[in-house]
Design a protein around this ligand. Structure first.
Ligand SMILES: [Zn+2]
Ligand SMILES: [Zn+2]
Length: 322
């Protein structure tokens, strides 16, 4: 009999792991550059004052970007296989020509040939309830053929730009995993990487890693993708989440409160955080800090007092008390 039959959940899980691995590699390229060449007025790397340095830097990064492209392709393939597997795992074997033997023995599923990458979009559209969009199939084929070129020739015949690959990843998630909480997934998969072995919550944490890249995340996601991914407009006012700020603060990492707002008002008494995907009850009350115009307050279980969701100050520490 056939053993070790894959499950759609396991395939999808690896697809998402690879997805976020590609994502963090691309963000790290930009973070490393920004650390040395601090962005000026114009934060776009290609247009800012370091445009020339950026383009030299990216040229040097081409082999790594090709590798990232491979990871993206693999993530797409596995996600499509997960969809087919959800209908029946045996459909993945449609093109295989298994050699049967009269001697009874177990066959490991992984030894069998599964559908070729090139056939996956058509297989999904023929076998699964939800069809893939034309734009997705086009992007899938492009990245597959680029990946094949450098797998066989050592180069893809074109240079990769990290921003383009990031935009591709955003579209991939919208197409394949629409409805999942993207930012929560980002944290959850950051806590399952190799380096996450060192996350002890005291010196480093997955939340601080992700909160640190938040400005780049929000800059990379276009207005329409933002609305699809997060269900709110990109211009919706955002607030601090007490829980996420607590989780992100470690001995090695001071949170930049101004740039770490992950929550928004669902209604007048509820704040929803995109990062932990939780709702919090709040009060509309003016913050007591002089120059803060915030009026969304709730008790933080971490400080035991009321804390402003705009400036992050404990209301008991406000100057009016002193
Ligand atoms: Zn949160
Ligand atoms: Zn405040």
């Amino acid at each position: 009999m056939i053993v070790n039959i894959p499950t759609p959940q396991a395939l999808d899980d690896v697809a998402l792991r690879l997805y976020f691995s590609a994502w963090s590699s691309l963000i790290r390229i930009r973070q490393d550059f920004d650390e040395v060449y601090v962005p000026g007025e114009d934060p776009r790397p290609t247009k800012g004052q370091w445009g020339e340095e950026w383009s030299e830097y990216i040229q040097q990064y081409q082999p790594e970007l090709q590798a990232v492209c491979s990871v993206i392709q693999q993530s797409n393939e596995l996600a499509l296989k997960a969809r087919i597997c959800a209908v029946s795992p045996y459909l993945l074997l449609l093109n295989s020509d298994p050699k049967f033997s009269t001697v009874g023995r177990d066959i490991d599923f992984s030894e069998l040939r599964t559908l070729d990458a090139v056939d996956l979009p058509a297989a999904v559209n023929s076998l699964c309830a939800k069809a893939l969009s034309d734009e997705y199939v086009q992007a899938y084929n492009e990245i597959r053929s680029l990946r094949n070129k450098f797998a066989h020739l050592g180069h893809a015949g074109q240079s990769f730009q990290p921003e383009e690959l990031i935009a591709l990843l955003v579209r991939q998630y919208v197409e394949l995993w629409n409805g999942r909480p993207w930012l929560k997934d980002r944290v959850s998969f950051a806590s399952r990487t190799g380096p996450a072995f060192f996350h002890d919550g005291k010196y480093s944490s997955a939340v601080s890693e992700v909160i640190d890249e938040l400005p780049l995340i929000f800059a990379a996601i276009t207005k329409s993708a933002f609305k699809t991914l997060f269900g709110i407009s990109k211009t919706t006012r955002r607030y601090l989440c007490h829980s996420c700020i607590y989780e992100a603060t470690t001995r090695f990492y001071d949170v930049n409160l101004e740039k770490s707002k992950t929550a928004f008002l669902k209604d007048n008494v509820t704040l929803h955080c995109l990062m932990c995907d939780e709702d919090y009850e709040i009060r509309r009350q003016d913050c007591r800090v002089d120059d803060c115009k915030g009026n969304v307050i709730s008790e933080s279980e971490y400080s035991g007092g009321d804390v402003c969701h705009t400036c992050g100050q404990d209301q008991r520490d406000s100057p009016e008390d002193s």
